[in-house]
Design a protein around this ligand. Structure first.
Ligand code: P1T
Length: 383
C-alpha cells in the first residue's frame, strides 16, 4: 500500500497516520526520555528514547517511504549516520569511496576509521573500470556520493550496483545533494541510502539530522543495533522539524531546480565566469548519466571566475547580499560557500586540488527566492 504512493504524496502521507492518543494529524513532539511500565516489560512498545521514540519513529517511516525503501533510521547528524554504516565493518576491511566528497566525510573516514583499522581508497568514479580495479579480497563497501560535493560529478549508481551485486559488496549512496525528489538510489540497486537531512529534507536550515534507509531486514537489524548501542539519535523536536520539512520537499525541490537552472545558465553566459559545474549542461561530462538517473538537475552548482582568480572569487563572495556566506545547503534561502576554506578545508590542499576544489571555486546553494533577485545579486557581486 505504502509503496504505491506517488512521490508527491509520499512526502506528506508516507508511513503516517493520525496519532492514536487524540488523533493529532502531525505527530506530537514526544519530549520524553522514558515510558511508564505496568510491570517489568509491560509497556506499549516504547521503553527508552535512545531505542525508540514515537516522533522519531514517525520520521523514520516517512524517510523509508520517500526513498522507496522498507526501513528508515534517523541519527543525530549526517555524519552520525555515516559513522553507523562504518561500524558494520571490521578492522582490515576496505572501502572504496568517491574521491570528490564532503570534507567532513573524508575526515570521518581518514581521521577516525583509518585509526580503527579500516582502509579507504578514494577513486574518481566517472570511470567504473577504476572502481572495479580498486576492489580486492578485503573490500566490503563502496561509498558513493552523487552529485558530488562540491564538483557536481555524477556517478552511475546502477553501473556501480552491478559491480557490488556481482562481488557481494555493500553499496551505500549519499543522496544529500539530489534528495529523493531527484533520485532514489535503492531503485538503482544501492543497499543503503544516506542523507544529511540537515539539507534538503529539513529544508529550512533549522535542524541537524541524518538518515539511513535500507530494504534488507538483516541490514536494518544490524544498523538499528548500532543506532541504539552507539546512541547518536536525534531528539523528538529535531525529528518533528525534519518531518515537517519533508512534507514540502517536492514543491521546494521543483523551485530549487528551476532557480538552479536559471542561475547556472546566467553564470555560464557571463564573460567574467570561466567555468560552471552543473549536471544539467549538455557539456557536463556526466550529463547522460544524470539524465538517466535524475528527474532534474537540482539547485547546487559551483563556479570559478575567469583565470581561476582566487582574489576575484573572494570579492564575489563578499559582495553577495542575498546569497549568505555560510556552511550548509539545501535550505529555502540561497547560500554561497568557499569550499577550499570552509566545507572542504579538512582535505589536504594537494588532495583537494586533484579533484578540482581550487581556491577560486565558489559553491552556491540556490534557494527558492525570486530568481530575478538572485541573478541581480550575482550581477552586482561579479561586477
Ligand atoms: O552536517 P551533517 O548533517 O553531519 O552531514 C554531513 C554531510 C554528509 N554528506 C554530504 C554530502 C554533506 O554535504 C554533508 C554536510 N555538508 C555541509 C555541511 C556542507 O556545507 O557541504
Amino acid at each position: 500500500m505504502e509503496k504505491k504512493l506517488r512521490f508527491n504524496s509520499a512526502t506528506i502521507h508516507g508511513g503516517q497516520s493520525p496519532d492514536p492518543a487524540y488523533g493529532a494529524v502531525m505527530p506530537p513532539i514526544y519530549q520524553t526520555s522514558t515510558y511508564a511500565q505496568t510491570t517489568p516489560g509491560g509497556h506499549k512498545g516504547f521503553e527508552y528514547s535512545r531505542t525508540h521514540n514515537p516522533t522519531r519513529q514517525a520520521l523514520e517511516k516517512s524517510l523509508a517511504s520517500i526513498e522507496n525503501g522498507k526501513h528508515g533510521l534517523a541519527f543525530a547528524s549526517g555524519l552520525a549516520a555515516m559513522d553507523a554504516v562504518m561500524k558494520l565493518l571490521q578492522p582490515g576491511d576496505e572501502v572504496i569511496s568517491t574521491n570528490d566528497l564532503y570534507g567532513g566525510s573524508y575526515r570521518l573516514f581518514t581521521k577516525i576509521f583509518e585509526g580503527f583499522g579500516l582502509k579507504f581508497h578514494f577513486v574518481g568514479m566517472n570511470d567504473v573500470a577504476k572502481v572495479e580495479a580498486a576492489i580486492n579480497e578485503n573490500t566490503k563497501l563502496i561509498w558513493v556520493e552523487t552529485p558530488t560535493n562540491p564538483m557536481m560529478n555524477v556517478v552511475d549508481i546502477a553501473a556501480i550496483a552491478a559491480i557490488t551485486k556481482k562481488r557481494d559488496l555493500l553499496l551505500a549512496v549519499d543522496n544529500t545533494f539530489a534528495s529523493p525528489y531527484l533520485q532514489q538510489p535503492l531503485n538503482f540497486g544501492a543497499d543503503i541510502v544516506m542523507h544529511s537531512a540537515t539539507k534538503y529534507l529539513g529544508g529550512h536550515s533549522d535542524v541537524v539530522l541524518g538518515s539511513l534507509v535500507v530494504n534488507d531486514d538483516d541490514l536494518q537489524e544490524r544498523l538499528s543495533f548500532i543506532q541504539n548501542a552507539s546512541g547518536a539519535v536525534p531528539g523528538p523536536m529535531d525529528s518533528f522539524l525534519t518531518l515537517r520539512g519533508i512534507k514540502t520537499l517536492h514543491v521546494r525541490m521543483q523551485r530549487h531546480c528551476e532557480n538552479g537552472r536559471a542561475v547556472a545558465e546566467y553564470l555560464a553566459a557571463h564573460p567574467k565566469i570561466e567555468k560552471v559545474y552543473w549536471p544539467g549542461f549538455h557539456t557536463h561530462p556526466n550529463h547522460e548519466v544524470a539524465k538517466k538517473q535524475m528527474n532534474d538537475f537540482g539547485g547546487m552548482l559551483s563556479f570559478i571566475p575567469v583565470g581561476a582568480d582566487h582574489k576575484a572569487a573572494i570579492k564575489i563572495i563578499e559582495n553577495l547580499t542575498m546569497f549568505t556566506l555560510a556552511e550548509s545547503l539545501g535550505g529555502v534561502e540561497s547560500l554561497a560557500g568557499h569550499p577550499a576554506s570552509m566545507t572542504h578545508a579538512s582535505i589536504p590542499k594537494e588532495e583537494r586540488e586533484k579533484s578540482g576544489v581550487v581556491d577560486a571555486l565558489i559553491r552556491l546553494s540556490v534557494g527558492i527566492e525570486d530568481v530575478n533577485d538572485l541573478i541581480k545579486d550575482l550581477e552586482q557581486a561579479i561586477g
